[in-house]
Design a protein around this ligand. Structure first.
Ligand SMILES: Cc1cc2nc3c(=O)[nH]c(=O)nc-3n(C[C@H](O)[C@H](O)[C@H](O)COP(=O)(O)OP(=O)(O)OC[C@H]3O[C@@H](n4cnc5c(N)ncnc54)[C@H](O)[C@@H]3O)c2cc1C
Length: 368
């Protein structure tokens, strides 16, 4: 099949890139699995926060908010960051980082912190920062909105492709799959944890992507405790977090164990660490774990996403390295991919916020 753009990977990254590219030509999004959200996209903590990651991440996050607001994908949550006496420097650094952007982010008294999150152990923390505007995200709704946008613009999602393998043919690319062969002048590599695998198979220099496993559980809250209104509780050095999830509590030890790209599974040790940290920091007792899972958050060396053309492979574009921010940055990332593929530069709003295409380009990782 001949088309204009082929996107490899049907998670939130491939879906958003495909949706935006479909405004410029015919798009096919190829997904190995039967369901496009099976891997990291379907395994997140679903939090939108403007106080996470470096400057580039924060710009991409803030630039994504209008899309989420328009479609009603955000709902109130808030985040309470806590630290003990030994973590004063981390609290101060977070406050300084937060000042660079206009969001609400302020240190509050211990008494106010306990009013917001009464299940915190008073002895566990000395200082707290509240970010009231952080929200929950409807991840399934966001992913489906991109896939609907793709279809509405005449694009196509092809699932159950097996490992799509791209190779250069003439001045374009040919991608072989179980569902047939696809040809286009442009291939976008949005294969999540597998992005370097896809590149190597295509003869393209890898970007040094490291998938890191992160574990999550849900457990029953005490019957008499109304959990719904709690903010997310988050250790300032990200050693654990927890938040309400459909009447239960979702918690993570915030682990980052390097992994091969795979169908990540939770490790019993990480679950035990999670339970221990939650029981030390709060009055909660984890009596019954109702669900446990793990997913891969994939990073390059500078922990910044990679969007742009491979320097030595014309027509091969990266959309990878979304780390722990891939849902909340997905609308801006999709628009960045489409603009860079079609014009070589970023959308105006991202440029106006001070972001340069070179900051996302793969060449930065090779000293180009
Ligand atoms: C526990 C956890 C908590 C998180 N919390 C948050 C959060 O609160 N907020 C936030 O914004 N982000 C969060 N994230 C990160 C976020 O989930 C990811 O950044 C995002 O889902 C990455 O999307 P993706 O499309 O790149 O990857 P994926 O969803 O993994 O999609 C990649 C797809 O490519 C497909 N693929 C791979 N190779 C091929 C091939 N050769 N051919 C065809 N298809 C292929 C795979 O099958 C897969 O479906 C969290 C992640 C985890 C694990």
């Amino acid at each position: 099949m001949e088309t204009d753009f082929i996107v490899i990977g049907g998670g939130v990254a491939g879906a958003s890139a495909g949706c935006e590219l479909a405004a410029h030509g015919r798009v096919v999004v190829l997904e190995r699995e039967d369901a496009p959200g099976y891997h990291t996209t379907g395994r997140s903590a679903a939090l939108y926060t403007e106080n996470y990651g470096n400057r580039v991440i924060r710009i991409l996050t803030i630039a994504s908010k209008p899309f989420f607001d328009r479609q009603g994908f955000l709902s109130p949550r808030g985040v309470l960051f806590v630290g003990n006496a030994a973590q004063g420097a981390s609290i101060d650094r977070a406050l300084a980082d937060g000042k660079a952007f206009p969001q609400t982010f302020e240190e509050i008294s211990k008494a106010d912190a306990l009013r917001l999150l009464p299940i915190l152990q008073p002895d566990y923390f000395t200082r707290a920062i509240h970010e009231p505007d952080a929200t929950d995200m409807d991840v399934h709704g966001i992913h489906q909105a991109f896939l609907k946008g793709l279809r509405d613009r005449g694009g196509q999602l092809v699932t159950a492709t097996g490992d799509a393998i791209a190779r250069p043919v003439g001045s374009g690319w040919e991608v072989e799959t179980r569902q047939g062969t696809f040809r286009a002048p442009v291939v976008v590599n949005a294969a999540g944890a597998w992005a370097d695998v896809v590149a190597r198979a295509a003869g393209v220099r890898p970007i040094g992507l490291v998938p890191k496993r992160r574990t999550a559980i849900t457990f029953d809250a005490p019957a008499e405790t109304p959990v719904h209104g709690w903010p997310m509780g988050l250790d300032i050095d990200e050693t654990f977090y927890f938040k309400p999830e459909a009447g239960r509590v979702l918690a993570s030890p915030a682990d980052e164990t390097p992994s091969e790209p795979c169908d990540a599974q939770p490790d019993e040790y990480d679950i035990a660490v999670c339970v221990d940290r939650i029981e030390q920091a709060t009055t909660l007792k984890v009596r019954r774990i109702t669900h446990k899972w793990a997913g891969l958050r994939s990073f390059v060396a500078d922990k910044t996403p990679v969007v742009g053309e491979a320097p030595e492979a014309p027509g091969f574009f990266w959309c990878a390295g979304q780390g722990g921010y891939g849902i909340m940055t997905s609308p801006a990332m999709g628009r960045a991919v489409a603009a860079i593929v079609t014009s070589g530069d970023l959308p105006e709003d991202l440029a106006a916020m001070g972001l340069a295409a070179a900051e996302l380009a793969p060449g930065r990782l090779f000293g180009a």
